[in-house]
Design a binder for this molecule. Sequence first.
Ligand SMILES: *Cc1c(COP(=O)(O)O)cnc(C)c1O
Length: 402
Amino acid sequence: MSAGKKEILDTAGINTRLGHLGNDPHDFHGFVNPPVVHGSTVLFPNAEALTAPPEREQKYTYGTHGTPTTDALCAAIDALEGSAGTVLVPSGLAAVTLPLLAFLSAGDHALIVDSVYFPTRRFCDGMLKRLGVSVDYFDPGIGAGIEALIKPNTRLVHLEAPGSNTFEMQDVPAIVEVAHRHDCIVTIDNTWATPLYFKPLDFGVDASIHAATKYPSGHSDVLLGTVSANARYWPALTAAYTALGLCVGPDDAYQILRGLRTMGIRLEHHQRSALRIAEWLETRTDVAAVLHPALPSFPGHALWKRDFKGASGVFSFVLKVDQASQFDAKAAAFLDALKLFGLGYSWGGYESLAVPVKLGDRRVSKAPTEGPVIRLQIGLEDVEDIIADLERGFAAVASLGA
Ligand SMILES: *Cc1c(COP(=O)(O)O)cnc(C)c1O
């Protein structure tokens, strides 16, 4: 990219940056988008070029080590995260597990936030323990109090802000300060906010993780994960990535870069609609609580306001149900009456989705007792139509009686 353009992009607005980051069209005959390079073998001009150790002169050496397509996406994400390097992996879950494998060894101890994405917990309780790493879960509201949980062998603290399904905020700078004082690495699953609404490395976090499957993809059709590290931890991250033989297909990398171009304007729309719907839900007598960090009533709101630049379109609410024995039946009645909302996992696409939330695996932060929790992903549909669909759900619950 020309020096002048790079300087302009460094200080430009976010949608300008999203429109121009990653590749330079003039590198490929002026085509606006980078080529989708399918390749394993890369040819070398002669025997010396092939064997010259250790720093080979030519930029590309083998498909698993990067192509112009994957490089364009990594460069765009590095610019957004302010990271020293980014690796691309086949799913968001792989983006969580890779840094845990890269940074932890047998005998180490890791602290994981209790409101973590469930498959992360399954990995920690299963494979990490089998490899000799011990794990404790901590209250998302712990803040600097995390110091009491740090042991001599604690090596890593993993955050996810806000938490999965229940959206608990964490005091990221307070936790980072304590962790770094004890020489622990801090990783964060930043999927909810995207680097547009929270930049973890600016708060001292060492590695930022994304399920690019969500907002960067934006269309419920690509699975991909990214891990971006600061200069201190980039060498260990990229070494583990290479050792494990990880890589992604060029078509998927291309689609994620394509998604980034519109992510800013999509997120603005998701944010606006989701907040309007969250505020509307708060006024209803058949809703016990709305779990959305941008609502002033939400316990973690002050932390969100202090550190985040926005809120995406996923949040939960607690349906008001008097008897615990009716939680499942009433949640099912609500969900089954929805016509526009799809019932399915994942989020970040253009379409609205709803799922029942199960919190039985939590150790510290317990499930609400006022009723079942339902998670909504607010899509790009018109907000009046989304509200009308939710009203169908509430009517179905009411028709069941007390
Ligand atoms: C969806 C999600 C993941 C996993 O992403 P996949 O691409 O579906 O594997 C990881 N973390 C969070 C917070 C998620 O929401």
